[in-house]
Design a binder for this molecule. Structure first.
Ligand code: 5GP
Length: 191
């Protein structure tokens, strides 16, 4: 998606440790018009697939997911990071390692909000090593729901997550795929 690539080049900052900072339009200040175009594109890519729920993960996926959901006419469920280790049987639960914080969180979804009648699109802002996406896909499987596919705003294609998830036979659509980026000179190459 050219619009997103151009915005990444204009406002993204490449940090050491293969982190792309997009606080100016996606992760801190949010450009709602851009998110609307992103949501529209996900709706085009996943049209006629019977998506009736969008699943994302707290916190940065929520904005994109909510605006996308308006184009699908469906609700959003976000997996919550749980501070307690005592998870009741009312929740589906999975461990997800955080790429940016290098910690492992238990993330949970209430059984009330995900079940076998759901056809789910997973949405997230970034795809790096794929821990978040694999965790969300497991929650969907545990709920007996149908995973339609994943919609990612920015995939770092030089990291292994995209291949790992696609190798599971899961459809992944990423609107901007970064082939390489360099924190020394700030260059970003798409591909
Ligand atoms: P993964 O689980 O695929 O390794 O990482 C995905 C999650 O880590 C995303 O939900 C996103 O919040 C965060 N993340 C991964 N890479 C980046 C990055 O380069 N920049 C930012 N801002 N977040 C990232």
């Amino acid at each position: 998606m050219k619009l997103l690539e151009d915005r990444i080049v204009k406002d993204g900052k490449v940090l050491p440790g293969n982190v792309l900072k997009v606080d100016g339009f996606l992760n801190h200040r949010i450009d709602v018009n851009l998110l609307n175009d992103i949501g529209k594109e996900f709706a085009r890519l996943y049209a006629n697939q019977g998506v009736n729920k969008i699943l994302t993960i707290e916190a940065s996926g929520i904005g994109i997911a909510c605006i996308a959901a308006q184009h699908f006419g469906c609700p959003v469920v976000f997996a919550k990071k749980s501070k307690t280790t005592n998870i009741s049987s009312d929740f589906y639960c999975v461990d997800v390692e955080s790429y940016t914080h290098k910690t492992t969180n238990k993330v949970i979804v209430s059984k009330e909000y995900l079940d076998e009648n759901d056809r789910v699109l997973v949405i997230d802002d970034f795809l790096a090593n794929g821990c978040a996406l694999r965790g969300l896909c497991k929650l969907i499987k545990d709920a007996g729901a149908t995973l339609v596919g994943c919609g990612i705003a920015i995939e770092k294609g030089f990291q292994p997550g995209g291949k790992a998830v696609r190798d599971l036979g899961i459809r992944v659509e990423s609107l901007a795929v970064i082939k390489s980026m360099n924190s020394d000179d700030g260059t970003i190459v798409f591909g």
